[in-house]
Unconditional design. Structure first.
Length: 222
């Protein structure tokens, strides 16, 4: 049974992915809110860790406890919006540290065991914001463009070890991602998170010698 670690797994897309993969994988979810983690863990019958992905010491401790991870899904993320000079410095740092540094930290911690075993799958939940641009989102785009560059470079670096990197760039999804900042958006052109979870399940069924380095997915009206 494959061991799967999903960051940002206590709600939204991460929780949906955990529900989908818990059917036939040993799933571990990680996030900051222990109350949400505990509830999700109970509902999905999976394990959880309270972990700040921007803190490499916490990440390394978590990965050590889990042991060799077969599939890492870097899903933890934060949103920020507004003209740059109106963005709070602390929020800017938190978004960059979570969206980009968190991906790097978790990936770095999982790689040694994957290299040793000669296989592994790392899936980075990026965003169409990782290849596009829009006003009042410069910091958010910077974090996501960083993930794009990281994923593309790392894919070249680790394929010789039998490790696969997939960068998923979704469009708008039906989550509370922006609501957490009291930003209201119409969801008429948004995807259900189940569609992303099903995409991930498909990626995990591919033969060992076949990889999807990057895939964009969006609602037809998005």
């Amino acid at each position: 049974m494959k061991k799967v670690l999903i960051t940002g797994g206590s709600d939204g897309l991460g929780k949906t992915i955990a529900k989908e993969l818990s059917k036939d994988c040993k799933v571990y979810i990680a996030a900051l809110n222990e109350e949400k983690l505990r509830a999700a863990s109970k509902a999905l019958n999976c394990n959880y860790f309270v972990c700040d992905v921007s803190d490499h010491a916490q990440v390394e401790k978590m990965v050590k406890k889990i042991g060799k991870i077969d599939v890492l899904i870097n899903n933890a993320g934060l949103f920020i919006q507004d003209e740059l000079d109106f963005n709070d410095y602390d929020r800017i740092k938190k978004v960059i540290d979570t969206n980009l540094l968190g991906v790097i930290n978790c990936t770095k911690a999982c790689l040694p065991a994957m290299k040793k075993s000669g296989c592994g799958q790392i899936i980075n939940i990026n965003s169409l914001a990782g290849i596009n641009h829009k006003q009042e989102r410069s910091v958010y785009h910077a974090s996501k463009w960083g993930v794009t560059g990281f994923s593309r470079s790392l894919e070249d670096e680790v394929k010789k070890y039998g490790i696969k990197i997939t960068d998923i760039l979704p469009g708008k999804m039906k989550t509370n991602f922006s609501k957490k900042l009291n930003i209201e958006k119409s969801m008429s052109d948004a995807m259900d998170t189940k569609q992303i979870a099903q995409l991930i399940r498909f990626i995990l069924t591919l033969p060992k010698d076949v990889s999807i380095p990057e895939v964009s997915i969006k609602h037809i009206l998005n």
